[in-house]
Design a protein around this ligand. Structure first.
Ligand code: UDP
Length: 324
């Protein structure tokens, strides 16, 4: 039996692929390589294919005995989703329907899905818990919420068993330095800060310093990608044990401001670099933090790398020697 990792050449999927391998699972990574990196798939079998093409999927399920699916394959640029929603609805929602169809045909009924805190939209209360209203404010968040809804309906009608994991800000890199975060274009704070530290960029732009937060910059909940990986394994064990379909937040309930991330990067790298204060980025809520009390209680999740310095240190170790 093998585990299918759709989108396993991307940042989060590649770390889950490694964690599955370390626990002795056989994996098949399926990725179009539109945004993924072939070099990030260092474990198990790799198949280049696109969820948009049902024949590609059919071939994977024909050639391998797939027991469960991890689904990371999605477009994730919020700004682009506003400008070109069609691209996002087709890829993130339509192609997930293709995947579910082939799974059903082959009698595979277990899926673990990467959702996002962006499904909550503008929070009324913090920290966010799973039962709070979900009103996404951009097409990207809407696509993830639609897939959550599809899972509920497929569960009721066809017996699909799912675990939905809503990540806060995935960050850091493999502590062994084998894989890490690399996007093109890069929009995420920590890789951009490290580009400034290494001299690849002239500065880091701090988007907004007049928010109603202690230092005026935005607060986010950074969660180490290896901690995300351990939560995914627990989610798989949860489904394997027949403990039922469910939704979980994955964060640290601990906020870190943009300026605090910049300070952490200066400490960790020992380099000084320029931070330029700029305008707010449209659509950024001042503060987003999530409670993972449910994931800890139900799945037994215990994040190991909550400290922002450790997150930045692992990211820096990889960033300096990145192969992709
Ligand atoms: N941010 C920033 N400068 C950058 C990129 C991001 O100040 O060059 C801020 C952004 O406004 C947000 C935080 O860093 O408050 C995290 O942004 P990121 O894009 O990494 O993740 P998001 O929270 O949007 O998912």
């Amino acid at each position: 039996m093998a585990i299918l990792v759709c989108g396993g050449a991307g940042y989060i999927g590649s770390h889950i692929n490694k964690a599955l391998h370390q626990e002795g699972y056989e994996t098949v990574t399926f990725d179009s390589l539109i945004y993924g990196h072939r070099e990030a798939v260092k474990w198990g079998t790799f198949v280049k294919g696109d969820l948009a093409n049902p024949d590609d999927l059919e071939a994977v399920f024909r050639d391998h005995d797939i027991d469960a699916v991890f689904h990371f394959a999605a477009f994730t640029y919020v700004g682009e989703s506003v400008e070109d929603p069609e691209k996002y609805y087709y890829n993130n929602v339509g192609n997930t329907l293709n995947l579910l169809k082939v799974m059903r045909k082959h009698g595979c009924n277990k899926i673990i899905f990467s959702s996002t805190c962006a499904t909550y939209g503008e929070p009324e209360k913090l920290p966010l818990t799973e039962d709070m209203p979900q009103h996404p404010i951009n097409p990207y968040g809407a696509t993830k919420l639609m897939v959550e809804r599809i899972f509920k309906d497929y569960h009721a009608a066809y017996g699909l068993e799912f675990v939905v994991l809503r990540y806060f800000n995935a960050a850091g890199a493999d502590p062994d330095g084998e894989i890490g975060e690399s996007h093109d274009p890069e929009t995420h704070l920590i890789p951009l800060v490290l580009d400034a530290a290494s001299g690849k960029r002239a500065d880091i732009k701090v988007f907004g310093t007049d928010y109603d937060t202690p230092d005026g910059s935005c607060i986010r909940d950074y969660v180490h990608v290896t901690d995300l990986a351990s939560a995914h394994l627990l989610a798989l064990h949860h489904l394997e044990a027949g403990r039922g379909s469910d939704f979980f937040n994955l964060g640290n309930a601990q906020g870190t401001s943009v300026l605090e991330v910049v300070e952490a990067a200066r400490r960790v790298t020992g380099r000084d670099f320029k931070a330029t204060m700029t305008e707010r980025r449209p659509g950024d809520p001042p503060k987003l933090v999530g409670s993972s009390e449910k994931a800890m209680r139900v799945l037994g999740w215990r994040p190991r790398f909550a400290d922002i310095d450790v997150i930045v240190e692992h990211a820096w170790n990889w960033h300096r020697h990145a192969e992709y």
